[in-house]
Design a protein around this ligand. Sequence first.
Ligand SMILES: Cc1ncc(COP(=O)(O)O)c(C=O)c1O
Length: 373
Amino acid sequence: MLIDLCELSPSYVRSIAPYQPGKPIAELAREMGMDEAKIVKLASNENPRGIGPRTRAAIEAAIGEVARYPDGNGFELKQALARRYGVDMASIVLGNGSNDVLELVALAFLGPGRAAVYSQHCFAVYPLATQARGARSIVVPAKDYGHDLDAMAKAVDDETYVAWIANPNNPTGTFARSEVVEAFLRKLPERVLVVLDEAYNEYLPHDLKADSTRWLKRHPNLVITRTFSKAYGLAGLRVGYALAHPSVADVMNRVRQPFNVNSMALAAAAAALDDMEFVARSYADNLQGLRQLEEGAKRLGLDFIPSYGNFITVRVAQGGKSAAEIYKRLLRRGVIVRPVGGGYGLPEHLRVTVGTAGENEKFLDALSASLKD
Ligand SMILES: Cc1ncc(COP(=O)(O)O)c(C=O)c1O
């Protein structure tokens, strides 16, 4: 071959560092010759409860229809979301996970000559989506691990068309209170779309949960994204959505794949949205699990970043051992967590998803042993 085929893609695409997902259980089992059943995966912020019976029934019922294309407009799910949030169906964009709707924002509003602003330690997809469009990244240093929204507002320039904010943020678990987010929205020019990524919204305590959907009327440049992957337990089916001004939603819908959400996901999400009890239990379990992990970290003398999500990021590097080394030692003990060095810029930390009480215990035991080895 005379040419390097990779060179055919634009340089801004070639320079993208690939997304590093949590290590799958089957992969670790293969690599280490371990029994899959003995492995605990706390690496991808999934819901340890699985799914509720009503959602399971909806998925089973949807199996009979898989020979047909799904409803490309997702009417039933959009109707349920519109009712829940008091928005028009024209304000909703469905995605193959909320990751998909983030990409749709980038596809529709970013490109060469444009810029997006985001924070240090933000969710990895923001730099990926920005770079893949050939847009410039404006990275603002974090404050106490969280988004410094004042500094982000100041960093906006004439080429900025998107501001990415995760609230709570992954991987830091930090949270910006509603008055701070509203002040940010008031400061930004209308030209800048503010993508408020609320993937972990359902894990917030009631008194902190702002009704951000009400801000949509006052701020037509606001795009709220949410997901069924976390508290609703549907990470494997891939379904998320954006709520936005109908004109913004319209452009996003024009660039999405016609059938970007599959029929099982549509049916499952509609059923899961109705199952408020399942979400309430997921919230309560998560709070308990977070406390368990916090207490465990304290017992081991480790600092952690107080988290508002379904995960916690713990500083494990100590006594000459790096976080990368602790990560490997945990793997050897059958526990998968998430390294957050590299792109996330937290080389001394590991991110741990809240699992069941038993999984959390197994992680804490393995961590204790890994720190001592
Ligand atoms: C902040 C944030 N946003 C979006 C996502 C994407 O999730 P999904 O595509 O499963 O909806 C994640 C996943 O971990 C996340 O942490």
